[in-house]
Design a protein around this ligand. Structure first.
Ligand SMILES: O=C(O)CCC(=O)C(=O)O
Length: 277
């Protein structure tokens, strides 16, 4: 039984995002945070830079989040019952790093076609205006893809691969996605969104499943490693990986490395410049 109510589906269709949705319990969110910190402490470079991608391939705890039935019920309401997870990213903002995300549309560079996909942003810590929660520009998912100014401005703290920016977003029209730990938002591939810096004294952690795709969705720019998380895949467009057995198991680490290399080719398709993510 799909979990989103009629009102929530209406909100998604009208605005291009829906939130808040209860995804994890506080304890589960805490467990994820501890797992991230465990990996960071034991393998300090593992989750840095390009390593912020595909962490669920090396952690059974993060893999479980990707397969969480609350999340999948909500996702099913939007993209249907045959669902692949094709990637995850840790969007962590440290209090002292001035990290931000310029306004952008996910569909611009990721190569997933058609747009039968949705991104789940799961709050592992609270996310609010003070610590740099996402801001959505409602209704822009109904428009075409916009021009993005590629700034490659990593020194400014931009957490995006190319510093890609939709300029002149009317901030007064944007809406803040305020989430408690364990809650999530779902957003459309074409909605314009971004986020500001973390002004608090604690880290802000988003575990982002980007994205859940229908099995009918192709990757037109490269290759992605996916997991069938619900239903059947009659299309078989993508390479599948197994569930990790334990954190940082050797074979899984190797597969993740390959997956990250392929993802990097997609992110930097048709550009000679390369950033750190
Ligand atoms: O975590 C953020 O602040 C932005 C993440 C984002 O742009 C996304 O999930 O598409």
């Amino acid at each position: 039984m799909p979990l989103l109510s009629e009102d929530q589906i209406k909100q998604y269709n009208q605005k291009g995002y829906v939130s808040p949705i209860q995804a994890l319990t506080k304890n589960q969110a805490q467990e994820v945070k501890e797992e991230i910190e465990f990996i960071e402490n034991k393998w300090p470079n593992e989750l840095k830079n390009l390593g912020r991608n595909y962490p669920h391939l090396i952690s059974p705890i993060l893999d479980n989040v990707v397969r969480n039935s609350n999340i999948l019920d909500a996702v099913e309401s939007i993209i249907g019952k045959n669902i692949l997870a094709c990637g995850t990213t840790l969007f962590i903002k440290e209090p002292d790093e001035r990290g931000f995300v310029s306004f952008h549309q996910d569909a611009k560079y990721i190569g997933l076609e058609p747009h039968n996909w949705v991104t789940a942003w799961v709050a592992i810590t609270d996310a609010n205006e003070n610590n740099g929660c996402m801001k959505m520009w409602p209704g822009t998912h109904k428009q075409e893809l916009k021009y993005h100014n590629e700034k490659f401005d990593y020194n400014s703290g931009n957490l995006l691969t190319r510093g890609q920016t939709v300029e002149n977003v009317p901030l007064e029209k944007t809406e803040s996605v305020i989430l408690n730990e364990g809650q999530m938002s779902l957003h459309h591939p074409r909605i314009v969104h971004g986020s500001g810096i973390n002004k608090s004294k604690k880290r802000r952690i988003g575990f982002v499943i980007q994205s859940y795709i229908g099995t009918n969705v192709k990757q037109v720019l490269g290759k992605m490693y996916v997991q069938l998380v619900r239903g059947k895949d009659n299309f078989n467009y993508h390479q599948k990986t197994n569930k990790p057995i334990k954190t940082m198991e050797k074979k899984a680490v190797k597969i993740r490395k390959k997956a990250m290399e392929e993802l990097s080719k997609i992110f930097y398709n048709e550009t000679t410049q390369k950033g750190k993510y």
